[in-house]
Design a protein around this ligand. Sequence first.
Ligand code: HEC
Ligand code: HEC
Ligand code: HEC
Ligand code: HEC
Ligand code: HEC
Ligand code: HEC
Ligand code: HEC
Ligand code: HEC
Length: 389
Amino acid sequence: MTYLSRFIKLAVVAVVICLSGQFTVLRAEAATKEIAGGHGVAAPPAKLDNATCLACHEAGKTQQKPAETGDEPQAPHGVDNKKFGKSVHGEMQCIACHRDIVDATAPHKKGAGQKANCVDCHQELWETAKKENLTKEKSRLGVVVQNIEYYKNSHHARPNKEDKSRANAVCDDCHHSHIFSVPPQGTLKRADWHLTIPNVCGEKCHSDALEDYSSSVHGKQVLEERNLKAADCADCHTSHSITTTVKDPFKISITEKCGSCHTESLETYRATYHGQVNKLGYGHTAKCYDCHGSHGILSPKDPESKVHPENRLNTCQKCHKEATQGFVTFSPHANTHDFARYPQVWVVSRFMWALLVWVFAFFWLHTGLWWYREAKDRRARKDHPDRRR
Ligand code: HEC
Ligand code: HEC
Ligand code: HEC
Ligand code: HEC
Ligand code: HEC
Ligand code: HEC
Ligand code: HEC
Ligand code: HEC
């Protein structure tokens, strides 16, 4: 019995000790939490709002710290806050796009987050819009993903030959990430934006093409006359589905592109042997640019033009090696309705028409008279059945 009562006493004591120990631990934990919540045992996260970033990154600010690596100090890339505020992303936080930036020091420590990336974020936005049935209200976001789709299959999305780690051109190369906004169609601002295209393509990358283009009819119209109707790089190459120019799909489609503005030239071209072969889907035949050139297109009246009478034989001989001056009298755009420019073609075509009309007129007149005679004969037989033929 005494053993049993002793055991119970011991057990009770043990339980009491345990419980009180547990309680002390809990109290201690609560106390720690209180300190942490109040005056920070660990440092609070650094402020990463736009004002903080702009303290170093605002455009025009020279404030910079030498990188601690001992390398040359790098000036931080400037963001024009006014223009940023007016851009399509003006309401956003810097770190919403720059997810890899986790501090406000220079040089930045690299976080695990993704680098700023137009594609992934916009594909997510569009998926969300689709789920919420907001595709009509947010149709502009649809335009963005549409362009992303075009871009993904384009020549620019392929790895660069010299540096395989990067694409030939990314969104940011053509659209300034921080000030990107799309002015509405038909406004003066939209026109200004459109007229910058040749420089966007030419300044950083395609300087040779820009140089030739600047002296062409199209280039002069666009860059000097601000003529929105003349061809810029994107009219011939598209803006996002740019393909290589050495393969057939481009060679076939470019004819339609020229023809969308030069409808009459396309029509007359289609009527020729070259045009017929091209329409069947063959790229080897003469296309608009084989005769006119591509970036340096000039008026045929310009002595430098590839189709000026002085230079035409040379141009045809690229393919027709045996061509002579006589061969070159063939008119690639002969128009049977234009007497002033193509008198022989006009005369021949009128003659053929006249011949055709004459032959048919004679045929029907002859047939008509024949029927008349037949009808007359029949009536005569009916009225006088006695009369035989
Ligand atoms: C104390 C000045 C300073 C502040 C504040 C600052 N930066 Fe920077 N940042 C720099 C400097 C200097 C560089 C260039 C040197 C380098 O690459 O680190 C730079 C480079 C960058 C780059 C390009 C290089 C990279 O690492 O990708 C990005 C993007 C960037 N900062 C974003 C931000 C954002 C977003 C903020 C706000 C959260 C911010 N910075 C705050 C000084 C600063
Ligand atoms: C809509 C997304 C977006 C927002 C918002 C944004 N950026 Fe950027 N930023 C980009 C993209 C895209 C690039 C170019 C790609 C790259 O190099 O990372 C870039 C480039 C930079 C660079 C230069 C990186 C380099 O390598 O040259 C700095 C610095 C920078 N941003 C700072 C800022 C600051 C500061 C803010 C806020 C005022 C901000 N960004 C807001 C998307 C954004
Ligand atoms: C981290 C997310 C994010 C990134 C990265 C981002 N955007 Fe956006 N973008 C947005 C949001 C959010 C909106 C506003 C959506 C709305 O209006 O509902 C927007 C709007 C737009 C619009 C506006 C459509 C219109 O005309 O109304 C365009 C264009 C656009 N972004 C292009 C880009 C380009 C180009 C890049 C890369 C330089 C980029 N975005 C990077 C989130 C992002
Ligand atoms: C090689 C240059 C180039 C690249 C790369 C590029 N764009 Fe464009 N983008 C253009 C041009 C040029 C226009 C203007 C077309 C016009 O004025 O008709 C344009 C227009 C746009 C428009 C406005 C379209 C409209 O009809 O309102 C959006 C949105 C756009 N681009 C998004 C993107 C996105 C997102 C990427 C990256 C996936 C990208 N672009 C990559 C050249 C480019
Ligand atoms: C009138 C239509 C037209 C215009 C405008 C035009 N291109 Fe082209 N481009 C072509 C044709 C056709 C080819 C393929 C034949 C050739 O290589 O000459 C081509 C080829 C190219 C090529 C690949 C061959 C090479 O020269 O490297 C590049 C790059 C190019 N163009 C860039 C541009 C740029 C940049 C602009 C604007 C400054 C532009 N193009 C304006 C029609 C055009
Ligand atoms: C076989 C060579 C050849 C081909 C192919 C060709 N052209 Fe021509 N083009 C000429 C010659 C030569 C002239 C000037 C003499 C003439 O008008 O017949 C000319 C004149 C023109 C003119 C000047 C305007 C005019 O009516 O005088 C335009 C515009 C034109 N071509 C556009 C085109 C377009 C667009 C295509 C493609 C659909 C095309 N050309 C295909 C050789 C060609
Ligand atoms: C976006 C519309 C557009 C496209 C695409 C276009 N052009 Fe033109 N082109 C014009 C305009 C506008 C002019 C200047 C006005 C004029 O004289 O017809 C012009 C002028 C010309 C001229 C000089 C006409 C003359 O009589 O002086 C030729 C030749 C020509 N283009 C050929 C081409 C060829 C070849 C292509 C395709 C490789 C092409 N164009 C694509 C709009 C275009
Ligand atoms: C890019 C190459 C190319 C150029 C440049 C070119 N042609 Fe052709 N042409 C062809 C091909 C291919 C055929 C089809 C021949 C065949 O049957 O294989 C053809 C056929 C013709 C034909 C009818 C068939 C024949 O041989 O009798 C005439 C006529 C002609 N070309 C005239 C011209 C004239 C004139 C020029 C210069 C203004 C010219 N071509 C420039 C490729 C070209």
